[in-house]
Design a protein around this ligand. Sequence first.
Ligand code: GRG
Length: 309
Amino acid sequence: MRRPEIFTMNDDGEPMAVDDYPLRKRREINRCLSLLIAPSERYPARIYEAMRYSVDAGGKRLRPILCLATIDALHGEEGEGAYHVACALELIHTYSLMHDDLPCMDNDDIRRGKPTSHKVFGEAVALLAGSALLTRAFEVVARAPGLSARQVQRLVCVLADAAGAGGLIGGQTVDCESEGVEVTQETLEYIHACKTAALMEASVVCGAIVADATDERTTRLSRYGRALGMAFQITDDILDASGDERKMGKRVRKDSRAKKATYPALFGLDASRKKADSFIREALEALDSFDRRADHLRAIARSVLGRDR
Ligand code: GRG
């Protein structure tokens, strides 16, 4: 049955469903991101322009939404500091996409429905702008208003672990090494855990740190984030094999051409869907002891299975 839609006007005077949490959060996150990336009038203008270009290109803003939804699940306060932390996650994510698109990595020409950074600004500027976003993310957290020194220290550790050689970089390294090679399920799961799940897990753990969650609650939320990330990557691989390029905003059918290690390549589409399903069940179970305030996290998990972009 279709949900009743209650409409209101947004700041731009357009109708908006009031219960559309991701839509509302995305708008607020985008507003905060604009404030956090310096205007391109600054010297050297080209680097700020390139940083802005990739951040403004769009994207679902899933990682910052996860952070804010976690704070909500914990009955915490989504103040300015929380938004800065949420945006730092998006800056790290955007940097990783920019570097992943470079000719020395996946060599992609379209991302978020637009020409990739190196196509517009050249490889050197794309590399530098990505690095600048990563650096800026840590600065944003270090300067986040209203957080204690202990919270900032914990946030920096979580983000560094997720972005470093034990996270994104490690996953990307093994992903590159695995092209054209037959990999085991263990290697594939290592790639997914580091390349995708690490930053999603970090997103909810950052939310837990901002909301001063207990260790027990943080462990449950970690499990949710990890399982969600694993399911998200499997659905990404399924969409690469069967999805629509325009909806995805990026090239598809690249994995099989590049002989990439993916779930569909190893187990087929049906088994991959079942595996994604079971990770989502695991994510939902991790939230069993949470009340209705965790419904946004639950809805995000369910939406991963039906996503088409
Ligand atoms: C450190 C260079 C480097 C790479 C790290 C992030 C990454 C590994 C590679 C990017 C390509 C990729 C398939 C990553 C897996 C995570 C993933 C599915 C990213 C896309 O995330 P979405 O769908 O993107 O949330 P939007 O554009 O909506 O933000």
